[in-house]
Structures are given as C-alpha cells and as structure tokens.
Design a protein. Structure first.
Length: 572
C-alpha cells in the first residue's frame, strides 16, 4: 500500500504507525480474534467537503508514532502543506484499497492458510473440554439469553443442556474471541522509557461482556449430551389468565412494560415488598391484567421475558403510567446523546428531543415527567463551548446563532422550575457537574479538578455496591459492574430539612476492590465515595449517575438505573 501511494506521488504517507490496538471493539481488532488479518487506514479530513489550506508551519509531530514532522523510516516523504481537498482523500483511499486487494489476490493462498493455521492454533490453545458455562439459574435470565444470541450471531459455537444451561466450548476456531470477550481485562503496563509513566490506553480498556450485561459465567468442563444452540422462542401470546407478574431485575422488562403502556393496558407497580399467592414479591415488581399482558405479548420473543401467571392481582399497588421523557440534545455533536436516544427507543420509551431554545422557553413540567441530560460537559451545557484547558488554544468554530450557545441562565432557571414543580432530572456522567453547579444541592464531584496524573480512567469496569431499597435501584443486585471513563465521584453531606439525599450506589471501601476489568489510575480516590445519588428538590427529584449507565448500548447491567428513574418520575 505504501509502495503504490509513493509510486503515485502521494506525499505525507506514514505506515507501520503504532496505534494502541488494545481495544477489541474496532472492526480490525475484532477480526484479529477471529483469525483474520486486519489493518486500519485513515486519511486526513477536510471541512466536511470543503478544501482546507494548511501552512507548513502548522504541521507538527510530538505524538506517538511520529515524534517530529520530518522524514523518517516509516514517513519517507513528508507532506509540505498547502491545499487539501476531498479529491485527495478519495485518491489516497482508492490507491490504498486497490493495493490491498492486489496483495490479497496475489497472496490468496497465504492469507487463507494463515486463517486456517490460526484457527487450528485457537482450537489447540485450551483443553478439549474447557468451556464457559452460563447457568440457567440466573438473576437476570433474559439478559443471559441476549448474550447467547449475540455469541450465536458472531458464529461462536454455543450449546445447551437439558437443564437450560448454556455452554460455550473454548476449543473452537473462535475460542480466543470468546475468552477475550468473557474474561476480565488487565491492561498491560508497557513503558517506552524507564520511569513511572506507561503507554496509557488509547480507548476503552474493558469490555468483559458478562460483567457489562450482569450475567454469571464460569469456567467448567464441557459435559456430554449437549445440543447445538437454537434461539429460544418465547411464547408470542400471554397464557390465558387474568393477572401476570414480572419480578424486577432485568432491563428487558422495560420492553414488556412499555409495550403494555403504549397499548393503554393496565400495569401496576409494587413500591414495597408484598406477599401474594404464596410467595413474596420484591419492590419493583410489575403486575399486568390479562388485557395488558396480551397487548405486550408481541415483544416477548425479543425480550426473552417469561410471565408468571397469578390467580388475581394483589392489593396495595401503584398504577403505572408511561413516563413523558425528554432528552437534551446540544448543538455541539454528542455521541452519548445518540446512544441514549437509541437505547430508550429500543426499550420502548418515546424520548422527545430538547434543544436549547425549547428548554429556555420554559413550561417544561406541562409536557414532561423526566428530562435526561446525557454525558455532555458542563461547558457545552451552559454555553455551548467545548472544555478547554488554560494552556490550550481557546478558539472554536462559531456556528450560526440559531445553532450555537447553550442553556445559559434562562435554561438553567427553566430546569430548576421544572424540578421544583415536580419533574425528575436525570444526569449522566459529566452532565452531573452542570447540575451540581446550577442547583443548590449537598453534593459535589470531588474529582472535578483532578489532574490526569492523579486520576485517570480510559474506560474501565468498576464495582459498585448498590442500595437496592430505593426506587431507582429496584431489582439491582447488591454489587454491579459500571462503566467509568471520566473523573466523576460524589461526596454528599447533610442538607437542610427541605432536602432528602440518598446514596444509590457507592464504591467499595478498599481501593483494591474497585477495579473489575481494564485500567484505572487513582482508584483510591473512588473508595467509599458515592457513584450514584438521588436528591429531592422542591416537589421534584434529581438523579445523578456518575458513570455512563448506557455506554454504547452495551452496559445492560446498569440500564435499570435509567429505566427505574424514568418510572420513578411518575410516582405520586
């Protein structure tokens, strides 16, 4: 590829560039674990499709892979600056793409033999009966089914036992892929020079699927008599009856609940532990009459949720209504807003987008029960400007007035009025800093000014100890894995008589128990501190989640924090 680009007179080509390839989520990286060769090509961008002019003096190195901008072994022909156009991007990419196709065609047998050799090596890397077992008796059985479906979609060999256990043998062509996705990550502390500093993660450092999805998986010896996995088909219609129940604990329940509510079925929620029908039902259990259950039956195959039939509905329930949810959408692009909207829609909520003008206009309580602030920085929320360090250039591209700015004072006041009138404000990750700064609540982020040398997390899975007695934590286990990639941790204090605060989840007392998978520097700064907090404010409620509970739609284990908070917004 480099040769063909050089022959075509294309300068500025760097090859053998050492990206941190630790994260398995990239397409090329995933391919490696499936016995394929993979590489990444990137070409400098333009201003959308408009040409850009770059003076030679603005070209600089100083980053890994290119210490300085000058001729070197893997950068023999430096670009000299000037105009860079969309046409250049197309030319460079076309030449590189043709070159790799040329190489694959010329060396076809080598590439195929390489895949076969690697597949055989993967099979031989473990004992013939080494396997992962996912017991049938799971706290969250529906999410276990979702994980097995995902593995099956990846062409992983999956088997089932007569008792409902799932089995994934490791002695298979994709065995290394399975191990990579199921086992905790321990980031390698590689140093380029002597000293304390290591090559820090470039991207996410943890992706252990059982932890992210709240599923129990264990290593065991593969038994005999297993059947090849077939997707479980849940019944498409509720069994005949007048009442049904769903205990809390699985995010998949939201699909069923919301489907019934959309059909205007009658759904009830238990806010306390109650005894009925010869068993105890935990707080957060949802109950359906026959009509509501039949209306929701269509989502059962997708959700893998199973009904529990009852002879009659218990007494002492709260009738549930569909929460009216708004999702803040800043003018600055927000990937987290997109993921949040997608997750809410996939689970049957109907979020309405709120831009700055709509928030500033006020009267939000008339339209919404809950407003969600995704992971958006305090600076973008307040002024529409990205966060800048003092040593950084402060310039940022101005957008037209109708697409610029943030909430400003009017927007902050509108949010306060919304909560004060009984609304529920839910903030994810860095948006918590904005809420803490604008609302007078006894909570602070003790890592707000932390330097990267003191605390850093590029995307790790951490252990949270949960108080399951709160409405926001219904159905959650006593411990759960959360995805953390920002310097957010809460300190709470006793407020005035008008304020109630609840620590929903906290980090363990010992720093060594904080990290479950990935890499963190400064975990002692998290120990004993709060990770999720609920605070009363006027007639309303504020929920601060100091992590991304819906990270890239992967962290099923912490979805209930969000869904429960939205249902809580309708509580009387």
């Amino acid at each position: 590829m480099a040769l063909r680009l050089e022959q075509a007179g294309k300068s500025g080509v760097i090859y053998g560039y050492a990206y941190d390839a630790y994260w398995v989520g990239g397409t090329k990286n995933t391919g490696w674990w499936k016995n394929m060769a993979g590489l990444l090509t990137e070409v400098a961008s333009v201003r959308f499709a408009s040409p850009v002019n770059i003076p030679a003096g603005e070209l600089a190195g100083g980053r890994k892979g290119l210490v300085e901008h000058g001729a070197q072994t893997n950068y023999p022909n430096p670009w000299k600056g000037g105009w860079w156009r969309l046409r250049d991007i197309m030319d460079y990419e076309r030449i590189a793409s043709d070159a790799i196709l040329e190489t694959c065609a010329d060396r076809r047998e080598d590439f195929l033999k390489n895949m076969l050799t690697r597949a055989r090596a993967a099979i031989a890397a473990t004992g013939p009966r080494d396997a992962n077992r996912l017991p049938a008796d799971q706290r969250d059985r529906p999410s276990t089914v979702q994980l097995e479906r995902l593995m099956n979609e990846h062409n992983v060999e999956v088997y089932t036992a007569s008792n409902g256990d799932f089995w994934i043998p490791l002695a298979q062509p994709y065995g290394k892929f399975v191990s990579e996705m199921f086992e905790p990550q321990r980031y390698p502390e590689v140093k380029l020079v002597a000293g304390r500093e290591i090559v820090r993660p470039y991207d996410v450092s943890a992706w252990t699927l059982p932890l992210m999805m709240g599923v129990t998986a264990e290593r065991a010896s593969l038994p005999e008599g297993l059947a090849r996995y077939r997707p479980i088909e849940a019944p498409t219609a509720a069994p005949a009856g007048n009442a049904f129940a769903l205990p809390p604990g699985s995010p998949q329940n939201a699909k069923v609940v919301n489907s019934a509510l959309r059909a205007r079925g009658s759904v009830w929620l238990s806010r306390t532990v109650l005894s009925h029908g010869g068993r105890d039902w935990p707080a957060g259990t949802t109950f359906f009459d026959g009509e509501a259950a039949r209306a929701a039956a269509g989502v059962l195959p997708d959700s893998a949720v199973e009904w529990i039939p009852l002879s009659a509905l218990p007494s002492g329930l709260e009738k549930l209504r569909a929460p009216r949810v708004a999702l803040y959408k800043p003018w600055a692009a927000s990937m987290d807003e997109g993921w949040t909207r997608w997750v809410l829609e996939q689970y049957g909520f109907d979020p309405k987008s709120l831009d700055n003008r709509t928030v500033r206009a006020g009267k939000l309580r008339e339209k919404f029960d809950a407003i969600v602030l995704p992971d958006v920085s305090r600076e973008v929320l307040s002024a529409g400007k990205p966060r800048r360090e003092e040593s950084d250039m402060q310039y940022f591209a101005e957008l037209p007035p109708e697409y610029s700015g943030g909430l400003d004072k009017e927007g902050a006041q509108a949010l306060k009025s919304f909560v004060d009138a009984g609304g529920t404000l839910v903030a994810f990750d860095s948006a918590s800093d904005y809420v803490i700064g604008e609302f007078n609540i006894p909570v602070r982020n003790s890592l707000h000014r932390a330097r990267a040398d003191d605390f850093s997390s590029a995307g790790a899975l951490v252990r949270l100890e949960v108080d399951p007695s709160h409405a926001v934590t219904y159905g959650l286990p006593s411990q759960v894995a959360a995805f953390l990639d920002d310097a957010i941790v809460f300190e709470t204090a006793m407020g005035g008589a008008e304020i109630e605060r609840s620590v929903l989840a906290a980090y363990p007392a010992s720093p060594k128990d904080v990290l479950l998978s990935g890499w963190i520097r400064g975990e002692e700064r998290l120990a004993r501190r709060a990770a999720a907090v609920a605070v009363s404010y006027g007639k309303g409620k504020i929920v601060l989640l100091g992590f991304r509970p819906q990270h890239r739609a992967q962290t099923h284990a912490t979805f209930p924090f969000v869904f429960n908070a939205l249902y809580w917004s309708t509580a009387k």
